[in-house]
Ligand binder design. Structure first.
Ligand code: F6R
Length: 617
């Protein structure tokens, strides 16, 4: 979490840094800060609150004279969000400035040692300890900044992406990474450099970027090629300069009020991009290169273990249904955070599928490392190209949803389900566990999904009216069965994370085992009742809610009669196969949460306490 930016070159650094921080705000937004160096001295501004608050503060003081600077937007770990705990942090002498994303786990003992040597601390953060440790090494050992950073990092335990600036050597910056992502943008002829947690802050300036690997540090100096070394043993590493594929319009709101709404509406295109070149109905095949290359391994797998967090975990649950139904492979779906700390039984015959939009989630990353160490083959389903998880997997697929900036995941979820369903069908074909007629039917149906999602997005106005009725609710229940049980969980997560209404998702039949006690005339119950699911069973569940005066919002298939007569509100989805229905039933639930949150005055793109990339465990 936390977003960091830096600039060194010939342009006014401030607008580059502040606009970069705005693009990185999805990573955390409880405080923000910027350090600008004007050739003589360091100017530091840091505030509790969003980047816009920082902007107001700096506007008054920025002389436009700084061509060097670093910035930070914070998601608090050590120390509450306040001005003092915000980054950048200065060393005791005031010469060094640092921004940091991650956690220094042994900060308490380091802090004590530094205190014993006369250091005092202004903040409660682990980061201020690190910058003072670097300063102490620099002074005591008489070394340059790069060397001091390297020695210090060999003493710390934890995770970090850092940028360090030294006013005694103001033409360079030191960047280092372990666990948290960091990219370096390279200007023409090395006349300027950009540093950021992802490439979005600098895509209008350069398409050439280096993503540092874990355990690497770089010294960037104006007019000189980037020098990369391994932190542990100083071995020099050849810089791997990549061409960025990202474009500016992908990371802008494009006329929508919020990124979340834009991303909900991008789903037809995102799903099309995900199936392009993989779903070939005319040839009657599915081709997913990461899977084709490892087909034998998948066909011999005794079990698939899916690891993920949050929304990605819900996509994994949908995949459990499709892999088992079509490919007849046993599947277990695990929270990465639990899996990594258990002592699970994993064998070389297991395949672990790790699902992550960001590709940076700390728990998922750790679960992968653990599974690999036990000999399992790890297959990744990621959205962000070149992310840590995408790089560490043995093989994998990208979802091609495009950048997802709204903190609440939307298009990432539907594209994950899309690619996982394609995988299940492809494996079923290879194993002979699906008839060719059924296989063709699913190919044709899947091809129609983007159009059906587009059609479904027209329910916007109707969903808004429903949102208006329930915006003051304090609790909400989501029920679904089979493929739509994970959608119920996802619907509830969307509502609670952006509107702060308490919501629970349940398998509909489980209602009788507890949650039914909550139902009264103030309890909205969202029931997914598609015609090819366990329709009759769901109808009975709806009767039970009705008898207890619950308010029913039902998601039904077009042409439904029975549920329509019982529910207070219905939202129709186009007809499709049950295994594909989560791709449709999810859409109205996303819209419902979105409109309720907007009507309650919540910041849907930046809900309180959350961050898009959870890079701490
Ligand atoms: C919810 C949401 C989170 C993420 C979770 C995993 O809307 O976005 O629950 O799904 O933090 O993130 P990734 O998929 O990046 O590993």
């Amino acid at each position: 979490m936390c977003g960091i930016t830096g600039y060194i070159g010939y342009r006014d650094a401030y607008p580059i840094i502040i606009n970069g921080l705005k693009r990185l705000e999805y990573r955390g937004y409880d405080s923000a800060g910027v350090m600008l160096y004007d050739g003589n001295s360091i100017n530091l501004s840091k505030v509790k609150g969003k980047v816009s608050v920082l902007e107001e503060r700096v506007q008054e003081n920025n002389s436009g004279q700084s061509i060097i600077g670093i910035g930070h937007t914070r998601w608090a770990t050590h120390g509450i969000p306040n001005d003092l705990n915000s980054h950048p942090h200065l060393s005791q002498s005031g010469n060094l400035a640092i921004v940091h994303n991650g956690i220094i786990e042994n900060y308490a003992s380091l802090r004590k040692e530094l205190k014993d040597r006369g250091y005092t601390f202004r903040s409660d953060t682990d980061t201020e300890v690190l910058v003072n440790l670097i300063e102490e090494i620099k002074i005591q050992e008489g070394v340059k900044l790069g060397e001091a950073v390297q020695i210090a990092l060999n003493q710390v335990i934890g995770a970090y992406a850092i940028v360090v600036f030294d006013s005694e050597k103001p033409d360079e910056m030191v960047v280092a990474k372990l666990g948290s992502p960091i990219a370096i943008g390279i200007g023409k002829d090395n006349d300027e450099f950009f540093v950021a947690s992802d490439a979005s802050p600098f895509i209008e300036y350069t398409k050439d970027a280096i993503y540092l690997e874990d355990g690497e540090m770089a010294i960037i100096k104006k007019g000189r090629e980037v020098k990369i070394h391994k932190i542990q043993d100083d071995e020099e590493v050849d810089p791997n300069i990549q061409q960025l594929q990202l474009s500016l319009d992908q990371i802008e709101k494009g006329g929508y009020e919020h990124f979340m709404l834009k991303e909900i509406h991008e789903q037809p295109e995102a799903i099309t991009d995900t199936i392009r070149g993989r779903l070939l109905p005319e040839q009657g095949i599915i081709k997913i290169s990461g899977l084709e290359n490892n087909m034998k391994r998948f066909l011999n797998a005794e079990r698939i273990i899916i690891v993920a967090c949050g929304t990605s975990w819900h996509a994994g649950l949908v995949a459990e249904y499709s892999f088992e139904e079509f490919a007849r492979i046993p599947v277990e779906v695990e929270y990465a955070s639990e899996f990594r700390y258990r002592d699970p039984v994993i064998t070389e015959k297991d395949i672990v599928i790790a699902i992550s939009q960001s590709g940076e989630t700390a728990d998922t990353l750790a679960a992968i490392k653990m599974a690999k160490s036990k000999g399992a083959f790890v297959f990744g389903v990621c959205n962000v190209v070149g992310s840590s998880i995408a790089r560490i997997n043995d093989s994998g697929v990208y979802t091609h949803a495009g950048p997802e900036i709204g903190v609440a995941s939307t298009k990432a979820f539907t594209t994950q389900i899309t690619v996982l369903t394609l995988m299940a069908l492809r494996l079923a074909r290879a194993k002979g566990t699906i008839t060719s007629a059924d296989f063709r039917l699913y190919l044709q149906e899947m091809e129609l999904i983007p159009k059906k999602v587009a059609q479904l997005l027209q329910v916007d106005k109707h969903v808004k009216e429903i949102a208006q009725r329930y915006l003051l609710s304090t609790n909400c229940l989501y029920l679904g069965r089979g493929y739509n049980f994970p959608v119920a969980l996802e619907g509830a997560l969307k509502l609670k994370e952006i509107s702060y209404i308490h919501a629970e998702g349940y398998p509909a039949a489980e209602m009788k085992h507890g949650p039914i006690a909550l139902i009264d005339d103030r309890m909205p119950v969202i029931v997914i009742a598609t015609n090819k699911g366990h329709y009759d069973k769901i109808v009975s569940n709806i009767q039970e809610i009705k008898s207890r005066s619950g308010k029913i919002i039902a998601i039904v298939t077009e042409g439904d009669i029975t549920v329509k007569e019982m529910a207070d509100h219905v939202i129709e989805i186009p007809e499709t196969e049950e295994a594909l229905s989560p791709l449709l039933t999810t859409i109205p639930l996303q819209l419902l949460s979105y409109y309720i949150a907007v009507m309650r005055g919540c910041n849907v793109d930046q809900p309180r306490n959350l961050a898009k990339s959870v890079t701490v465990e």
